[in-house]
Write a protein that binds this ligand. Structure first.
Ligand code: UDP
Length: 250
């Protein structure tokens, strides 16, 4: 089902953003396009849009119940979400609870090392530059966020981790790391935006000790492991098992 929508405002790698009847809200459509390695690897994955939209909606509602401010307003179809219109801050905020991926390629830290408190890494959201890792000084130099805003971003990101880490543990998933994007609403409020899904989180099945079989996230696509949508489906099944059905706002 496609909701009534206005003009296409923006198209990204995984989502399209359309105007809605309310100037302060926009409609987000989750696409089936999968990309990795800065879009050098591309595929169409049937049903990915629905799975990510449905997982994200439940996680946004969970976070909202825990007092985390998000852009989410409600579902507007199986692959559609109504969200507050925000100006996205050009930062990719990554929280790491377990070492893997680029952290292990770029440092001597061993794969699987537990990180507590979580490591917060900031990347500049710029595809042409390949989303480079930033320092706090570079964030200031770029004028992306002043120290007060950066501190608010870090606090919000850590609150998200504090909710999601035990939530996923409760459904036998290890939240290895994840990426967040934040935005500013028209009244200046800092809101969690974008999505929270197996595209943006690394999730390992805690009941499976095999290093490949336990992967239930986009690394299955990145590493050509197969069974990508089956893995996302398993995540949705477990999330659905404990979260109420998300509200429909149409
Ligand atoms: N991530 C993401 N989008 C990006 C880069 C990373 O959603 O453009 C997520 C990724 O899925 C993982 C976390 O952020 O959950 C940390 O990724 P890392 O920096 O280790 O990236 P890698 O280079 O290993 O993919």
């Amino acid at each position: 089902m496609t909701p009534d929508h206005g003009e296409l405002l923006y198209e990204g790698k995984a989502k399209r953003v359309f105007a809605s009847a309310d100037p302060d809200r926009v409609l987000v459509e989750f696409k089936n396009d999968a990309t990795a390695f800065n879009a050098q690897k591309k595929a169409q994955l049937d049903d990915k849009g629905r799975l990510n939209c449905q997982i994200s909606a439940r996680l946004f509602e969970l976070l909202e119940r825990e007092g985390v401010p998000t852009h989410y307003c409600g579902l507007a179809g199986e692959t559609w979400m109504l969200v507050r219109r925000v100006e996205i801050i050009p930062l990719e905020v990554v929280l790491r609870n377990t070492a893997t991926g680029s952290l292990c390629r770029q440092t001597p830290i061993a794969e699987g090392t537990a990180i507590d408190p979580a490591l917060l890494d900031l990347y500049y959201k710029d595809d042409a530059l390949g989303d480079p890792l930033l320092t706090e000084a570079r964030v200031q130099l770029l004028g992306v966020a002043d120290p007060a805003r950066l501190s608010a971003i870090e606090q919000l990101a850590r609150r998200v981790n504090a909710v999601l880490l035990p939530f996923f543990e409760g459904i036998d998933l290890q939240l290895v790391d994840f990426k967040l994007e934040l935005g500013l609403a028209s009244d200046g409020t800092l809101l969690l935006a974008d999505e929270i899904s197996p595209d943006t989180c690394r999730l390992w099945d805690r009941g499976n000790s095999n290093a490949e079989d336990r992967i239930l996230d986009k690394d299955r696509f990145r590493k050509d492991l197969g069974g990508v949508m089956e893995a996302y489906g398993e995540v949705l099944k477990r999330v659905q098992g404990t979260c109420p059905n998300p509200r429909n706002c149409l």
